[in-house]
Design a protein around this ligand. Sequence first.
Ligand code: NAD
Ligand code: UD1
Length: 319
Amino acid sequence: MQALVTGGAGFIGSHLVERLLAEGHSVRVLDNLSTGHRRNLEPLLDRVALTVGDIRDAALVQQLSAGCDWVFHQAAVVSVPYSVEQPLETHAVNIAGTLNVLQAARAQGVRRVVFACSAAVYGDEAPLPQHEALTPAPASPYGLEKLTGEHYCRLFHRLYGLETVALRYFNVFGPRQDPRSPYSGVISIFVARALSGEAPTIYGDGEQTRDFVFVEDIVRANLLAATTPAAAGRSYNIGRGEATTLNQLVELLRGLVGAGPAPRYAAARSGDVRHSLATIDRARHELSYAPAVAVGEGLRRLVAYERARMPPDSRMPPD
Ligand code: NAD
Ligand code: UD1
């Protein structure tokens, strides 16, 4: 198959590209390198056509969609607090950009679009665990933008017959998630801090929960979403179905890396969701999705990956 991966130089996108290539598919990547990096694709660059450009560029997205069987739409501004600060900017990328990708896919006769949606669509209102039939109530511009993208996916299926599948990822972690911004995913930040012996900052009391899921499971879900005929027009939670508090996360990391300084606590972030936990029954039954990597095992792999990348003299001794 010929695939286009938008956001393919990012954390999740680069793992997806790697897997698609390993399965013998041809891959194009469109990424503006705003949070992604060329180095994420470094070992693959001789086999991937990387175009540095923007998903809002209609002509470019049309050109890259031509002849594609699948589009995996991963490109987005991914930070919840950034969307609270800059809603016009995140709206433009996450809604208008997504519409542009769908429109190009429709015009170019793409067989299926798999959209990276988010657990953020549920907001705080939903009872736990969250299932796809609940009425979404986003608590941030980002959540609303992802929900709108998902609605557009469903409409493009209904109105134009374009096959679309929305995957509501919960909190994804793993190698290549960039820790260097305050807006980065919490596990990437906490692992980087732990390995350099710095205290993590917990926003709020640390009793908020997330359903953390390892990136390999997300990649598998994308492949299942692309290849399961009955998934067209559907939305699926993709998590593990397990809640972890941030305080528990810090303890798990201390067990892997060594005690280090105690966490600092700061004010909760505006737009932050308190609890997030998936029911993954729909994905299990309809996609045969089954998460394979436990949180502890994923953390162990991530710590080993980051340790191997550190200069030898800066490595903290293991516990
Ligand atoms: P990431 O920041 O590593 O990846 C996003 C990629 O999109 C980056 O490579 C970035 O450069 C690119 N990009 C951003 N704006 C663009 C634009 N206008 N044009 C072209 N490229 C652009 O983050 P990620 O965690 O890999 O996220 C991938 C997708 O998964 C996103 O859609 C995100 O919303 C979604 N998601 C992520 C999580 C998570 O926990 N990481 C959870 C739910 C959903
Ligand atoms: C994350 C993703 C978002 C995705 C959503 C799905 C990122 C950057 N965000 O949002 O794209 O759609 O999951 O559920 O990948 N925190 C700290 N200290 C820190 C950083 C964060 O305490 O240094 C806290 C936050 O306040 C929050 C929790 O950790 O309570 C998770 O934050 P974060 O990793 O940014 O993810 P979400 O906001 O859940």
